[in-house]
Design a protein around this ligand. Structure first.
Ligand SMILES: [Zn+2]
Length: 248
């Protein structure tokens, strides 16, 4: 059994048996990797804090042919994101990002882009950047990297610029202008388009203060959430839903 190694972020872990853990890793060069860490729940085990959610690590493992589950032999902690998990809304949001990554990983060549995105977002969260803004940031780039973010400036039917207001049409993979579209769809305004343009041009932890209100970002997220539900073909556990559930 040859020993292998990769750089990864821990997406989630769950307990198996009396002493072991299974971890789902997002690795930089091979996508999703599931591994069993034997003895990981024993006191003073060799994995230390490597297997906490969102830990950025180097993981060493053995791979058996025809087996989905690798055996984790060891790991080095590169950067911990344990502290930000104590904030409930942040923990919900990271679980949501993990769900999107685990269930709809893009082609192998794009994994590195998504990996770097997640790492940048985690670091921005550590710097206490606004959670709603970072959620929109992740959602937009997640769609973009996967090729799911359409051109929102031109009408899909008549090809004219949509002007101040357009209507999202997920099935047509774009927007319709007011002449061609219907009011039953999700509205897209020039204000939302400027939020998307800003996100696509600036890093998540930019020193520049973003020129939008929380309300404008939440409005811009409506279109992003619609696109996500359409493309991953189900409704993920949006942190917004969990928050509502928690408050009742
Ligand atoms: Zn049109």
């Amino acid at each position: 059994m040859p020993k292998d190694q990769t750089e990864a972020i821990v997406l989630r872990t769950f307990n198996v048996g009396d002493q072991d853990k299974i971890a789902v890793f997002f690795s930089r060069d091979r996508g999703i990797l599931k591994g069993i860490a034997k003895g990981a729940r024993k006191f003073g085990n060799r994995f230390g804090s490597c297997l906490e959610p969102s830990s950025h690590i180097n993981v060493y493992f053995y791979e058996k042919e025809n087996k989905d589950l690798v055996t984790v032999s060891n790991c080095d902690l590169l950067e911990s994101f344990f502290d930000i998990q104590s904030h409930l809304e942040t923990a919900f949001t990271l679980r949501y990002f993990s769900e999107l990554i685990e269930n709809s990983l893009p082609a192998r060549s794009e994994e590195d882009t998504l990996f770097r995105l997640l790492l940048k977002i985690l670091r921005a969260l550590k710097q206490r950047k606004e959670l709603v803004f970072l959620t929109a940031y992740f959602e937009l780039w997640f769609l973009k990297i996967n090729g799911f973010f359409p051109d929102l400036k031109k009408c899909k039917k008549c090809r004219k610029n949509i002007g101040k207001t357009g209507w999202l049409s997920v099935k047509r993979d774009g927007v319709l202008c007011s002449r061609c579209g219907s009011t039953e769809r999700e509205k897209i305004t020039s204000e939302e388009i400027s939020v998307y343009s800003w996100i696509l041009k600036n890093p998540p932890a930019s020193e520049k203060k973003y020129p939008f209100s929380i309300e404008q970002i939440q409005n811009a997220r409506k279109v992003l959430k619609n696109l996500i539900v359409f493309h991953i073909e189900r409704r993920p556990r949006f942190p917004d839903d969990l928050k509502k559930h928690f408050n009742t």
